[in-house]
Design a protein around this ligand. Sequence first.
Ligand code: CA
Length: 360
Amino acid sequence: MERRGFIKSLGAGALAAGSLAVAPQAVAAKAEFKWKMITSWPKNFPVLGTNANYLAKNIEQMSGGRISIKVYGANELVPPFEVFDAVSRGTAQMGHSGAYYWKGKHEATQFFGAIPFGMSGQEVNAWLYYGGGMALWEELYDKFNLVPTATGNTGAQMAGWFRKDINSLADLKGLKMRIPGLGGEVLKRAGGTPVNLSGGELFTSLQSGAIDATEWVGPYNDLAFGFHKVAKNYYYPGWHEPGSTLEAIINKDAFAALPDDLQAIVKQACKSANMDMLAENVAKNNTALDTLVNKHQVQVKRLPDDVLVRLHGLSLEVVQEVADRDPFSRKVYESYTEFSQRASRWTDISEFAYLQARAL
Ligand code: CA
């Protein structure tokens, strides 16, 4: 039943994304550059897959059809976690994924994906475009024959779905939770057991009790998965992913082969897609949250302060250790943390102060 519901939700996402489908044959026929874009997501997957479609369509339109891009879902051309290598060697000219998947390539990639208790989506974009972050990302990926771009941001995620209440630090002890990356390491140090499962395994694992909790993204994506059918406690805030960046990577040789105007078009289309995803998440999360609460009786709860304080302290430790692994990771860490401290001084008296004032 649930599985059918999930597939049906994906189907609805695919239909909604129909207007963003890849270019018609007529456009591809006259294209000077015929590119492939491989992705780490099921084709047309809400937000992630549809962002890839949006990006491909924009590049085609902005280039007047001189570049055509065929988008491939995960496993259509390569498995989801081989996107980096496949674009690096030129199997495809472009890839759509997340830098946090490439920790095995270089530890520093994590700063371009998700940092627990790190910067918000807006702050991350400020660092990338105006704080030197993009230049460091380019320097890092250059070694892999890749040109990186930010193509989306999830905004603040949710802490996740829990079968039981989290009332204190003691409730994290022995908690089996699907939470990947640095956030998982933090949970481990708080006494929990992080488990890494792919998206497709999450629902049944939570349903059977094989795991006690899972995080995914936010209400819009989570509703499609149907987690509310097997766990009613939906906790916030997403301390582990406060503003995760998605990436569009381009094979360096393919990018170099483009004339200047087309290079600018590709870069600007990525920037547009980056802004678009953040806006889409804000818009769709709030309507999905409404459905979860009012139609499915989901209990939305805030993690207790002492739990957040402990997770924050552990996060600083874990992220600092990434910097200790090699000189380049330290360079990125220092840029990230210095910008983050400066940005938060401004955020505190602008966005944060305003949001508090609005809530009075
Ligand atoms: Ca997540």
